[in-house]
Write a protein that binds this ligand. Structure first.
Ligand SMILES: [Zn+2]
Length: 451
């Protein structure tokens, strides 16, 4: 743990000083505050924004919307929000000024596809062997690592068998009890019986549970969405495709739900004021997901022209998740699997170039979890390597990411009224996207977590 967190840990002494200033009229308050202070001492660690304004100063600031680097750059933070940002800002008399030197200030990074409840190792086995309690502890550590890497907001795309345990992690972060990104959580993903992430290949007599919540019909989809909502989910994650086969350059992906079923899920999510995100590798599932109006199409290895047309029309981003493809290709169990994984990555790269040319929206999601948390800025590097400009990737990450996470107008930019989610990177990210892998300063909601 890092000792730069600002902890609200009221000591009895400060309460005494406070109460003397207000004489005997405050005796009742004194007693109750002292009692509560004593109960909290040594126990409560709350991450809260400070009472004084903060001015962040750096050599550069990224104006993400215009795509320009401003020098120098300053941000005035009051409480948990940005009050001013630009070349120079007001310096209130009571402000603390933090000079971050030769760095670039920019909005906190957004990862639109994470799994806090997964860690490197056999995905299928860890969800069978490890208890939800154990996995929840690991998820809190993962949330810490992601935040320290500069990811101040994330969409958790399924606990993979840990049910609604992600709501506990999100709530603890929101209450300031543990450090972590701002989170949108789905609970388990939803899948058909015998589909993606069902426990296929185990001894049938053991009745091993799948990592998703089962829903086989439209009615079951709606009931499952309602159940997850009751348990605290923010959005819906559906596995739209199952088994993928790459053979001789040909790719096929089995769909799981029809267009009508996905449309019913989108409608039910809308009734609850939220959206549906899909795991979707290819056609025809991708077309049906786009027609149904999902929030994003994740993995998106194969998209038809018609699918891409609808994605442009409805502003549905693809989220390529290259890092997980690369990781699986580089960490395969044997040469045959490695060959298949590399073939799959190569196919995805070729399709991605077509998708860029078609001008579809993109967001940035890494699928971190199966590879180490806190390393996922690799995704931005790969999206540049495979054809996007650094600025386009940063805009996909921050501007499109804010929309995908349903925080548009609140995160992803350094503007007055936005949450003070701010990071600093060495160098200029428009020249070298790799600097996003070396975030040196992290503030979320006005609280400094890394400096
Ligand atoms: Zn995933």
């Amino acid at each position: 743990m890092n000792n730069h967190y600002r902890r609200l840990n009221p000591s009895p002494i400060s309460v005494v000083v406070f109460c003397f200033a207000f004489s005997f009229a405050a005796v009742a308050t004194f007693v109750s505050q002292r009692a509560s202070a004593q109960m909290q001492t040594g126990w409560e660690h709350t991450y809260a924004s400070p009472n004084h304004p903060i001015v962040l100063h750096a050599v550069r600031l990224l104006d993400i919307e215009s795509g320009k680097i401003i020098s120098s750059g300053e941000v005035l933070v009051r409480g948990y929000k940005i009050a001013e940002a630009g070349q120079s800002v007001a310096h209130p008399a009571d402000a603390q000024t933090i000079d971050l030197g030769d760095t670039t200030l920019m909005p906190g990074l957004i990862d639109a596809h994470v799994h806090l409840f997964l860690h490197p190792g056999d995905e299928g086995l860890q969800t069978v062997e490890e208890s939800v309690a154990q996995r929840t502890i690991q998820a809190t550590l993962a949330a810490h690592d992601d935040l320290m890497a500069g990811f101040t907001a994330e969409r958790d795309m399924g606990t993979e068998g840990a049910g609604s345990a992600d709501t506990a992690v999100r709530n603890a972060i929101n209450r300031g009890e543990i450090p972590g990104p701002r989170l949108r959580v789905s609970g388990n993903a939803i899948s058909i019986l015998g589909g993606h992430e069902d426990a296929i290949g185990f001894n049938p007599a053991q009745h091993v549970l799948g990592n998703a919540d089962y829903a086989n019909t439209t009615d079951e989809l709606i009931a499952t969405i309602r159940e997850q909502h009751k348990e605290g989910s923010d959005f819906v994650k559906i596995y739209e495709t199952g088994r993928d086969i790459f053979r001789d350059g040909q790719f096929t992906s089995q769909y799981q739900y029809t267009e009508a079923q996905l449309a019913a899920a989108v409608q039910e999510a809308a009734r609850l004021g939220t959206k549906v995100g899909v795991h979707c590798m290819g056609e025809p599932g991708a077309l049906w997901a786009a027609q149904a109006g999902v929030e994003s199409i994740d993995h998106a290895a194969q998209l038809s022209d018609e699918t891409m047309r609808i994605m442009r029309e409805k502003d549905i981003p693809a989220i390529p998740t290259f890092t997980i493809f690369e990781y699986f290709a580089d960490h395969a169990q044997n040469p045959a699997v490695a060959k298949a994984e590399h073939e799959s990555l190569d196919y995805h790269i070729q399709q991605f170039k077509k998708q860029i040319a078609a001008g579809i929206p993109m967001a940035v999601g890494s699928d971190v979890g199966p590879f180490p948390h806190g390393t996922q800025a690799r995704e931005l590097v790969l999206m540049v390597r495979y054809g996007m400009k650094p600025l386009a990737v940063l805009q996909a990450d921050m501007l499109e990411g804010a929309k995908v996470l349903m925080w548009e107008g609140q995160i992803g930019d350094l503007k007055p009224g936005y949450f003070a989610d701010i990071v600093a990177v060495p160098g200029n990210p428009l020249d070298d996207i790799g600097v996003t892998q070396h975030v040196s300063f992290v503030m979320k909601g006005g609280v400094i977590y890394k400096r």
